[in-house]
Design a protein around this ligand. Structure first.
Ligand code: GDP
Ligand code: IMO
Ligand code: MG
Length: 428
């Protein structure tokens, strides 16, 4: 295994941070390839908890290289806040263990502002974004007016491109939305300070990652968000603005598909979602509330409460298909412990027909009725399980059914937030 991918298989927050940290043990390099500081990845090591947004979750291991790839949208302000937060927790960050792509797009103050005013303008049709400027930054990238890290490394180029952008955005902010104009001079001054802090870390990361794979080093690509938030295969428009599926690795890290060996989908034992958009198995009842409290389902980035519902196999099958998943990691199976009965959605009923794929049209999706299978629950002893034999019988039955219905094996089971609450039951 020299290059492998860790991806969210649902709507994000599946435990990618925990699993990346766990799997980083066997990797030399950990690479973020999409998204930005909309992500919130939690890692718990011994009695310390770390909340990561931009910096890869391999950073807590000594001597691993952590990479922000070209597909990431990078907010320098958020980056330096996170670097300082980690330094205060005793984590060392140097160009020996952290590098940034010269092709990554920069999140600018006007992106954050546009994110907020666009959301307000959508009114009741808002997406529920994290307001970190992600969508507006990717919009500029595609529109070809974005500013990249390499631009920031050249004062004159940056100053000129920034001027055009600020003039353009000020027109929109003031004339269309009635907001306040931004100061070009202030942004220039602020970003030129970031430039000097970033300079030692900036590289052509595609070359760095490629060379390491060629040398036989192990590379882990850490996804952010999840398959159902993907710009193409998610519940559009209630999605994020990047490719969160396996294909995103190739464009977002500059690595060809033939260099990737496997892709692991992280799936929570139930389903959660933050922000708006369809959610067929959502539980708007006491059970949903019980799962939220037991699973501490509150957003790492925004603090919003996560919507909770039963596991949805239609989603997992779709994720496995679009990313060619080689296995699933099932997390938070301990959270369901204590429920007398647990349900799993095996398909949808749409206009009298049973379907097992995720419809593109939200109108069709709105008419889908989940079909459930019911399972007997298991007890709290599961959080102490350290091998397959220790897992309660009913939880084994539940997981076997996931494998049967998705046609994809489960490689790892996670029964708590800590590194040691993890067991490998099959080959990754
Ligand atoms: P990510 O965005 O996919 O990295 O996930 P988040 O960090 O946003 O949310 C997952 C939460 O569940 C975090 O608080 C983790 O510490 C926690 N967690 C991860 N795996 C497990 C598990 O197996 N059991 C329990 N109880 N918590 C877990
Ligand atoms: P991790 O990596 C869960 C959601 C937002 C919103 C939509 C668009 O921690 O799993 P954006 O700010 O990206 O334009 O918001 O996507 N979203 C996430 N939900 N986990 C995340 O990241 C998310 N990142 C974005 O709530 O619905
Ligand atoms: Mg998260």
């Amino acid at each position: 295994m020299s290059a492998f991918i860790v991806l969210g298989a649902q709507w994000g927050d599946e435990g990618k941070g925990k699993m990346t940290d766990y799997l980083a043990e066997r990797a030399d390099v950990v690479v973020r390839f999409q998204g930005g500081n909309n992500a919130g990845h939690t890692v718990e090591v011994e009695d310390k908890q770390y909340k990561l947004h931009l910096i890869p979750s391999g950073i807590l291991h000594n001597e691993k290289m952590n990479v922000i790839g070209n597909g990431v949208v990078l907010d320098p302000k958020a980056l330096f806040e996170e670097m300082n937060y980690l330094k205060d927790l005793g984590v060392s960050i140097t160009p020996e263990n952290f590098i940034i792509s010269d092709r990554a797009q920069l999140i600018m103050p006007y992106h954050r502002i546009m994110d907020g005013i666009k959301e307000s303008a959508r009114g009741k049709n808002d997406i529920g974004t994290t307001k970190k400027g992600i969508g507006p930054c990717y919009t500029d990238k595609m529109e070809r007016s974005g500013l990249r890290v390499c631009d920031l490394m050249n004062k004159d180029v940056f100053a000129e491109k920034l001027k055009e952008n600020v003039e353009d955005k000020n027109e929109i902010i003031t004339k269309i939305y009635g907001g306040e104009a931004l100061s070009y001079d202030e942004i220039l001054k602020e970003y030129l300070e970031y430039a000097e802090m970033m300079r030692p870390f900036v590289r052509d990361t595609s070359v760095e990652v490629y060379n390491r794979i060629k040398q036989g080093k192990n590379v882990l690509f850490e996804g952010a968000q999840g398959a159902l938030l993907d710009i193409d295969y998610g519940t559009y428009p209630y999605v994020t603005s990047s490719s969160t599926i396996a294909g995103g690795v190739c464009t977002g890290a500059g690595i060809g598909p033939t260099m990737i060996d496997s892709a692991v989908g992280i799936a929570k034992a139930y389903t959660t979602r933050v922000g708006k958009g369809p959610f067929p198995t959502e539980l708007n009842d006491a059970t949903g509330e019980w799962i939220r409290e037991k699973g501490h389902e509150y957003g790492v980035t925004t603090g919003r409460s996560r919507r909770c519902g039963w596991l949805d196999i239609v989603i997992l099958k779709s994720s496995a298909r679009v990313s060619g998943l080689t296995s699933f990691v099932v997390t938070k199976i301990d959270t369901l412990a204590g429920l007398e009965k647990v349900k799993m959605c095996t398909g949808y009923k749409l206009d009298g027909k049973v379907i097992d794929y995720f419809p593109a049209s939200l109108e069709d999706l709105g008419r889908c009725e989940p079909i459930y299978e019911e399972f007997d629950g298991w007890d709290e002893s599961i959080e102490n399980a350290r091998s397959y034999e220790d897992i309660p019988e009913n939880a084994k039955i539940y997981m076997k059914r996931i494998e049967e219905l998705t046609g994809t094996r489960i490689s790892v089971v996670s029964v708590g937030p800590k590194r040691d609450q993890t067991m490998e039951i099959n080959k990754l």
